[in-house]
Write a protein of this length. Structure first.
Length: 367
């Protein structure tokens, strides 16, 4: 196996592929990246048995086909440390790989490509294409609400729900819920639901950009696959039942509050400084045209912010985790924000005033 490639062409796909590789592995071959060369198409594969990413590079210089695995981190570090514009030559001989560039020469250990696992292909139930920026938006708008290490393992991921001409992502950790919906040309009977694990969500977000370039998605019974010209991403799905999020969406809230997103975000940020570090609770006091945000902590310190809002009606006092409100303010796209409240024990519905593509539910706290 033998090829020459520029540092720039190799580094981006190599870094993305190596990002999946875990530092501690039970199988030594999982610390490696699989390098396959066939008909001048170089493919790089990294996996942790849950998520697999394949990056592809089209070579324009003559090469010799073959396949081998090399240590992922070392290969990335070597490529990264070489100067811009460097040409890298990769030669396999006697179970070793020699990487040369200019006056630099590295000899790397290898493991057989036959030992490298591949994520098995299950039956694919549903295929459709959409722009990469749509997938990126769906993930960015909801990923923050995923649970971190919940015993309800299905909450440590993101629900992907496909209906006729619609793709929706939902994430919740039991205290808040994020939901984003986009119109899409997809033909499906009924509803198809899949739970993508947390690591799969993070890696897929890294692969997507803000362009209109198409990505083809395949949803199977036990895996999801995203394919572009440069990459193929495959992830196993979480085997579990996602809670019925529709029942969580608060209905019947009669207190509508409209305010500036940036003003509220700054006010939440300032009051958060003096909130209890453990509970992060703040009190929201709502009166005609005014929202007062109050935070206390065990050291008897207090922060108070007043923000002008568009509201008229009964006064209300309600407690929230300020971090949850900040997270929502960070991902909403519009200038303004709409809060729908019912009473001090009911969840708040947060969205953009003109609808937008995302809605958020934040549960109240007793303070």
């Amino acid at each position: 196996m033998k090829f020459t490639v520029s540092r720039e062409a190799l580094l981006k796909p190599l870094q993305l592929v190596a990002g999946v590789v875990e530092r501690r592995q039970t199988l030594p071959v999982l610390s490696n990246v699989l390098v396959v060369l066939e008909n001048n198409c170089l493919s790089l594969t990294g996996t942790d048995l849950e998520v697999e990413i394949v990056g592809r590079i089209q070579l324009d210089q003559p090469s010799e086909d073959g396949e081998i695995t090399v240590p992922a981190r070392k290969f990335v570090d070597i490529c990264r440390s070489l100067p811009d514009g460097a040409e890298i030559s990769f030669i396999e001989e006697n179970q070793r790989v020699i990487v040369k560039s200019g006056r630099s020469r590295f000899t790397l250990s290898t493991l057989s490509a036959d030992d490298f696992p591949n994520v098995e292909d299950g039956p694919s139930d549903l295929q459709f294409s959409c722009a990469q920026n749509v997938i990126k938006r769906l993930i960015d708008a909801t990923a923050f609400a995923m649970a971190q290490q919940d015993v309800r393992y299905y909450l440590n991921g993101m629900l992907w729900e496909v209906k006729q001409n619609q793709l929706r992502t939902v994430a919740t950790d039991g205290h808040r819920l994020a939901l984003c919906t986009r119109e899409l040309a997809v033909d499906v009977e009924g509803v198809v639901q899949s739970i993508l694990p947390r690591k799969g969500v993070i890696e897929l977000a890294r692969l997507m950009d803000d362009s209109e370039n198409l990505v083809e998605l395949t949803l199977g019974s036990n895996h999801i696959r995203a394919t572009t010209e440069e990459f193929t991403f495959t992830s196993k799905l979480v085997d579990g039942k996602f809670p019925d999020y529709d029942r969580v969406l608060p209905r019947g809230g009669d207190k509508l509050v409209y305010g500036s997103r940036s003003e509220l975000k700054q006010a939440f940020g300032r009051t958060a400084i003096l909130s209890n570090e453990k509970y992060r609770g703040v009190r929201l006091l709502l009166s005609d045209g005014l929202l007062t945000i109050v935070a206390n902590n065990p050291e008897q310190e207090e922060a108070e912010e007043q923000v002008t809002v568009d509201y008229s009606g009964d006064s209300l006092e309600i407690g929230f985790n300020v971090s949850y409100l900040q997270d929502v303010c960070n991902v909403l796209a519009g200038e303004n924000i709409k809060l729908t409240l019912a009473d001090s024990n009911s969840s708040a519905l947060v969205e953009e005033p003109d609808g937008g593509d995302a809605v958020y539910v934040v549960m109240p706290m007793r303070l």
